[in-house]
Design a protein around this ligand. Structure first.
Ligand code: MTE
Ligand code: LUZ
Ligand code: MOS
Length: 749
């Protein structure tokens, strides 16, 4: 089954926000944003900008009829700021003009006077100044103090991992159109149509039913449109409310890079304790999350850092704390992995440092501590269907790890200018929104009277091919040809109160709802068919567009049954609601069973470092991944490849840079390097692990969107091993990304 979008994608026919046919009277929006990171607005003069022909109106906080509040988890973020500026790029006003060019011209004519205040740009500074988003969170397991007292080795250290720009190919954008009676229809490039609807209604001061949000598809989201697609849609909607004309607002790349939040940088400290047999008996970490100027999703992301702080290792005594530090950067936000990767980089760094000091290979410590069946995670969930050791051993065996390591040692013995390094990166990732109530979804399935089918869900297609998976669930359950099923746009009027497309859970949650709806339809249609064939409903089933009785093909087709159902006045529409069973979490105790299941895998990464220049190539990444029973291996392998490269980018080359004043310096693709075809590994091999799958995964096909990003962490340690092979004096540092500059300094320190 191919991705159902591939045909229109390669022909350039797929529709995105910017492709919509606009109404003749459409106006264009542009944000005027703060030119400093922290300060008090003394005065703004819009008069010159407003006087330009074609400028219709410049909107500010004064024009908000509802609440000037767009915060999701915590109400701490204004749509347009009033008099205080909290980050460089913070929206102050919204220019609406007859063209984008005119709006741009007007923006340059706005005069602003600001009293500058000192800006906090790092999490450490924020901590020193007691600047936090919310109270810290801590997870505890066992007794670390007691365990450290009995360790043979105790190693402490610190780590830094930088932010990461989402760089979705399609920038943020929306098109808001006035309908009758003050209703507004917004087409948005959002992962969270319901968030857009809810916050728009709040800011406009109207009930949610007045706002319809439609999402065709996204040219990538990667978490960057889970919360941060909302403000642009709300701004356009405020303008529509006042002007009663359609407003289009698609951010240009510079504005998008400057005004939106990114993956959170983390500064962390760790303390790890091991016994002589290399068992990790205690682990403590403090994670300083650079949250930016408002909460956004930071508290949830911080929480996931704690969930993944021990990766796929069993550590009996754990104490982890995360502090969401408030700084004067754009509010950082969801990014594939959602705080998990930042947590996992710290434990991997702790193990690497311990290995260096003890004088053993990192992989010996890793292997000695892999999770086993019935081990307890620090948050109290008992690990079941664990594949940590299985993926590790399968990778070592299938990819001939010993041979790889032998070849690397040989190579390093024979070469001085070039050195190779290998690393092994096991991963585990919990599947479910960690906020239990969010684990729900609905599907609305219509069978039309000609037998064709329309499926609506809360799932947003953003390149991960969730629509293809939904279509697979529908056609398989209904027993009809895939061409009979169409996936509708994601629309709040058809499927309401949805969770965002996120947490890798979209296919599971929405797929289960589709399954439920289709099963109900089939049981109803079985009665119709049984009547037609003078048999019992229990003996009827639907397959290959035909009706089968006791598995023998009858002369009756799918279309015949639908036609008869119409005559019998049988409902051909079904709406189903699914919630994940089993899961729960008690935040007062920080214990529970938050995840439906975990995904596992192991990657072996090999790199070659040029020890004259500090540049490096990733030779190969070989992965054994736990897909459960993949329902579409082509799509799932594509997800692993994409996530892996994105993870390698984060760990090796993507360097977000703000200056001391909080200005984004890496504000273009000339100053921010993302992986291209030349920097991807020369070989990528991904093999599925044979497992039983999990009943809470859709058709036993496990969630795949985020977990493989963390294979990219392996690249950091492979490069580090190559540096160690060249320079015996190198003191391992854990400061990502490991750019060629840092490699070069490491080679010659
Ligand atoms: N794949 C593509 N092509 N584009 C994306 O934006 N987002 C990722 C992942 N894969 C993304 C992607 C993220 S952050 C998540 S949470 C999942 O897809 C969401 O989709 P799923 O829940 O259907 O896996
Ligand atoms: N979003 C969210 C997420 O709101 N909750 C989560 O647990 C989550 N996990 C991963 C990615 N996005
Ligand atoms: Mo993904 S970070 O859950 O959008």
């Amino acid at each position: 089954m191919k991705n159902i979008d591939s045909y229109s994608h390669v022909r350039g026919e797929s529709l995105f926000v910017d492709d919509l046919i606009t109404r003749q009277d459409t106006l264009y929006g542009l944000v005027f944003d703060a030119p400093v990171a922290h300060g008090i607005i003394k005065q703004i003069d819009y008069s010159e900008a407003e006087s330009i022909e074609g400028v219709i109106k410049i909107f500010t906080y004064k024009d908000i009829l509802g609440e000037n509040q767009i915060g999701g988890i915590i109400p701490d973020e204004l749509l347009w700021t009033k008099n205080e500026i909290h980050f460089w790029g913070q929206p102050i006003a919204f220019i609406v003009a007859t063209s984008e060019a005119i709006a741009k011209k007007a923006r340059k004519l706005i005069r602003i006077e600001i009293e500058k205040l000192p800006a906090i740009t790092t999490a450490k500074e924020a901590k020193a100044k007691n600047s936090f988003i919310n109270a810290p969170r801590s997870f505890h397991l066992g007794d670390t103090d007691n365990a450290f007292a009995h360790c043979d080795f105790i190693i402490e250290g610190e780590t830094f991992s930088n932010g990461q720009e989402h760089l979705y190919l399609e920038t943020q954008g929306c098109y808001a159109v006035p309908m009758e009676n003050g209703n507004i229809k917004i087409t948005s490039s959002t992962q969270g149509p319901t968030s857009v609807q809810k916050i728009t209604a709040r800011v406009l001061g109207v009930p949610m039913h007045k706002i319809e949000v439609d999402v065709i598809r996204l040219g990538g989201g990667f978490g960057g449109k889970e919360d941060q697609a909302t403000p642009w849609a709300v701004m356009a909607a405020v303008a529509v409310q006042h002007l009663k004309k359609p407003v289009k607002f698609v951010l240009n790349r510079h504005d998008d890079l400057r005004m939106t939040g990114k993956r959170h940088p983390y500064e962390s400290t760790f303390k790890i304790g091991l016994t002589k047999d290399l068992k990790i008996t205690a682990f403590e970490a403090e994670f300083l999350q650079n949250s930016g100027a408002a909460a956004d999703l930071s508290p949830a992301i911080a929480e996931r850092t704690l969930f993944h702080a021990t990766n796929s290792y069993y550590i009996p005594n754990v104490k982890t704390t995360v502090l969401s530090c408030k700084t004067n950067l754009p509010p950082n936000t969801a990014f594939r992995g959602f705080g998990g990767p930042q947590g996992m980089f710290v434990i991997e760094s702790a193990i690497a440092k311990a290995a260096h000091i003890i004088g053993v290979e990192k992989e010996r410590i890793q292997e000695a501590n892999l999770l086993d069946e019935n081990d307890t995670f620090s948050y109290g969930q008992i690990a079941t269907q664990v594949e940590a050791k299985n993926t590790w051993r399968t990778a070592a065996l299938n990819f001939k790890l010993e041979k790889i390591e032998h070849e690397v040692r040989d190579f390093n013995a024979q070469n001085t200018q070039f050195k190779k390094g290998v690393s092994i990166m096991p991963i585990t990732f919990g599947i479910s929104f960690t906020n239990t109530p969010m684990n729900n979804a609905r599907a609305l399935v219509h069978i039309y009277q000609d037998g064709s089918v329309g499926v609506s869900t809360g799932a947003v297609e953003m390149g991960q091919s969730v629509n293809t998976k939904m279509l697979q669930v529908a056609y398989k359950t209904l027993g009809i040809h895939p061409s009979k099923v169409k996936l509708e746009t994601t629309n709040t009027t058809r499927v309401a109160n949805t969770s965002p497309t996120a947490a890798s859970s979209t296919a599971d949650l929405n797929g289960k709802a589709v399954l439920k709806a289709c099963e109900t339809l089939i049981s109803r249609l079985s009665e119709v068919a049984a009547n037609m064939l003078n048999t019992k409903a229990g003996e009827v089933n639907f397959k290959n567009d035909a009706v089968f009785v006791n598995n023998k093909k009858s002369p009756i087709t799918w279309e015949d049954v639908i036609a008869q159902a119409m005559l019998d006045r049988v409902a051909l529409t079904e709406n189903a609601h699914y919630t994940t069973p089993v899961i729960h979490f008690d935040k007062t105790k920080e214990k529970g069973h938050p995840f439906a299941y975990h995904v596992y895998g192991t990657a072996i990464t090999t790199t070659t470092v040029n020890c004259l220049t500090g540049t490096y190539e990733i030779d190969s990444v070989k992965i054994i991944h736990d897909f459960g029973k993949s329902m579409n291996l082509g799509i799932d392998i594509g997800q692993v490849e994409g996530a892996l490269i994105q993870g390698i980018g984060w760990m090796t080359m993507e360097e977000i840079s703000y200056n001391k004043e909080g200005k984004l310096l890496s504000n273009a693709l000339s100053t921010y390097k993302v992986p291209d075809i030349f920097s991807v590994p020369k070989t990528v091999e991904i093999a599925p692990l044979e497992t039983k799958g999990n009943d809470m995964a859709i058709l036993k096909s496990k969630a795949v969107g985020e977990p493989p990003l963390m294979y990219g962490i392996g690249a950091y340690f492979a490069i580090q091993n190559a540096v160690k092979a060249f320079n015996p004096n190198y003191e391992p540092k854990f400061h990502a990304p490991f750019t060629p500059e840092k490699v070069l300094m490491g080679l010659y320190e």
